[in-house]
Ligand binder design. Structure first.
Ligand code: CAO
Length: 575
């Protein structure tokens, strides 16, 4: 059997005509007992009013902007089973629920934990006037041995009265304990994980204005001049009976300013959000300081947190924006948004969509550039003799049609270097390094639609002519747009050769999950001192980018020098 019950604003202490700033349920919603229904906010505090029992919301009797006091009807509920279980439905019509309180007033009846009561930490001068002041946990109602889940100040911080010091949480409630007065934190006496009760020492404060004044300000429990900084999310003193007052959440103190972007907040200021929104954000790992509140007085709402998380996920997961860069707003990295410029103001433009390859490779390059700590080692290899050999081979092979390229020699030399320096033929997998015992070498191919990286499989088992044949075929396939995903999989190490185009050095981006890439620039004749005289030698610039998490600078220099020595005297490959 179901009953319609009215849920009313409970005893909210001295507060009257308090503004409704949020409605957290909708008509037709099935709600549970203690679920927050609305948020009220005065100029000094905010609090959420929970349901005293579960049921289906029939009609909501308040709207945002309404001013309500104790006894105002919040909504009607079809209580159904829940009401039956909870007892007499009529009793729910009494002030059914008390705001999720921070701390009940010390002398308030237990079941009517005051919404307006905020547990301002108590301050008492230590050893008489002039010394540091002990700031202790105020009366927090029935709670004891409550866990500290957040410490919001540090030693040396200069703090203001009502600024939140710590957040404590039980399985039912969380509340922030604010400072009773201005001062500088001399020493912190609690840490995350500590269990505290009324009277526990939170910190010692060098009080502004002297300890005498501090003593005067010190009040053991929430009083009207110390508004709650936070609140319990669940009743502090729920009797378990339908209709009994249930203390609910009280909210932000005025010390918490209207929330804004991180840059708008001073180091000790807290974003403007209710405790339940703080908890929600904490559970999702979302930083409230980076959000802009869309609620009244720029208060951060649950929807703001959701939107922030969605945006962060979208900008991490979406290939296209990451590739474009221009449309990724950098929110996930805490960066400034990408500048939006109306280029037509400055001249004619043409907008052309990025090619599919550019979008895909761009997203990969972006991730690799951001996530891998790149360092590039530059060296040169004397390829005078190798180039002479290449020219000779090509003359001999003219009839076969196979052109021996520098790239083929490079691939073969890289395989030999990987065998000598196995950590370059590896991938990071969490805390493990996966060392590969196969040698698949990728090479960057420039195509009209963008960059692709086909892979020469088992390059260690192939000769120069076969490698040259395969790279030529794969490069052609790539340029014709016919290279398959299988052609590009399984790489261990990549080579990006710009030698046919130009340049003296560059920083190639590592092709994750590989840990290094070799960039090759244009060879040129350089005067080299042979001990007696300068002689012209053909020098090939080698730019080795490596993942510094895996490879040390010394190893990279050795790898590059070793590679240079192999290219200078290719016979060493046989050793
Ligand atoms: N120094 C001087 N000349 C070089 C050279 C070097 N390091 N490398 C190649 N050359 C010469 C070649 O000998 C060839 O000359 P000939 O025609 O007289 O023989 C000419 O440059 C063209 O070579 P190529 O580039 O066609 O052939 P390749 O085997 O050297 O390279 C490939 C093949 C697929 C790597 C290349 O065509 C390519 O696409 N390179 C671009 C890679 C790229 O875009 N990297 C950037 C990635 S990061 O943005």
């Amino acid at each position: 059997m179901s009953d319609i019950v009215e849920i009313k604003v409970p005893d909210i202490g001295d507060a009257k005509d308090v503004e409704v700033i949020e409605i957290l349920v909708a008509e037709g919603d099935t709600i549970e007992a203690e679920q927050s229904l609305i948020t009220l906010e005065s100029d000094k505090s905010s609090m959420e009013i929970p349901a005293s029992q579960g049921g289906v919301v029939k009609s909501i009797k308040v709207k945002i902007g309404d001013k309500v006091s104790e006894g105002a009807i919040v909504l009607t509920l079809e209580a159904g089973e829940a009401a039956a279980k909870g007892g007499d439905a009529k009793s729910a019509e009494k002030p059914a629920e008390a705001p999720k309180a921070d701390a009940p007033k010390a002398d308030a009846p237990k079941a009517e934990a005051a919404a307006s009561a905020k547990p301002a930490a108590s301050a008492a001068p230590k050893g008489g006037s002039g010394g540091p002041v002990d700031v202790t946990v105020p009366d927090i109602g029935d709670f004891s041995e409550v866990e500290v889940i957040e410490v919001m100040v540090a030693e040396g911080d200069s703090i203001k009265a009502e600024q939140s010091l710590i957040t404590v949480e039980t399985d039912k409630a969380s509340m922030e304990i604010p400072a009773p007065q201005n001062g500088t934190v001399k020493s912190l006496k609690v840490k995350v994980g500590d269990k505290i009760s009324k009277g526990s020492l939170i910190l010692q404060l060098d009080a502004e204005g002297g300890a005498d004044e501090a003593a005067a300000d010190a009040k053991p429990a929430a009083a009207s001049d110390h508004e709650p900084a936070a609140a319990a999310e669940k009743p502090a003193a729920a009797s378990g009976e339908s209709g009994s007052a249930k203390p609910a959440e009280a909210g932000q103190s005025k010390a918490a300013p209207a929330a804004a972007l991180e840059t708008d907040l001073k180091p000790n200021e807290l974003p403007h959000a209710s405790p339940s929104v703080r908890k929600f954000a904490r559970e999702l790992g979302a930083d409230l300081r980076k959000m802009k509140g869309t609620g009244p007085k720029e208060r951060i709402t649950q929807d703001d947190v959701r939107a922030f998380v969605k945006q962060a996920l979208a900008s991490q997961g979406s290939a296209a924006p990451a590739a474009a860069g221009a449309s990724a707003d950098g929110a996930a990295l805490g960066l400034l948004p990408w500048p939006k410029v109306d280029f037509t103001k400055f001249g004619e433009i043409e907008t052309k969509p990025l090619s599919r390859i550019k979008k895909i490779s761009g997203a990969n390059l972006h991730r690799n550039w951001v996530m891998i700590p790149h360092v590039t080692n530059n060296d040169v290899a004397d390829i005078t003799d190798l180039e002479a050999l290449r020219v000779t081979l090509n003359k001999e092979n003219e009839k076969s049609g196979v052109k021996v390229t520098m790239l083929a020699f490079l691939i073969k030399a890289v395989v030999a270097a990987l065998k000598t320096f196995p950590e370059f033929n590896a991938s990071l997998d969490g805390d493990n390094l996966v060392l590969k015992q196969y040698y698949n070498i990728g090479f960057a191919a420039d195509t009209p639609n963008g960059l692709v990286v086909p892979v020469i499989k088992d390059a260690d088992k192939k000769g120069i002519l076969q490698i040259a044949t395969e790279t030529t075929e794969l490069a052609k396939k790539a340029r014709d747009g016919k290279v398959s995903p299988a052609d590009m999989q399984g790489g261990c190490f990549s080579i990006s050769s710009l030698g046919g185009i130009g340049g003296t050095s560059f920083t190639p981006i590592i092709n994750a999950p590989e840990v290094a890439i070799l960039g090759v620039s244009r060879s040129s004749h350089q005067p080299v001192w042979d001990g007696k005289q300068f002689v012209p030698r053909l020098q090939l610039p080698l730019s080795l980018s490596y993942d510094h998490r895996v490879i040390d600078g010394a190893s990279a220099a050795r790898f590059n020098a070793y590679l240079g020595a192999l290219l200078a005297d290719f016979r060493r490959i046989a050793l």
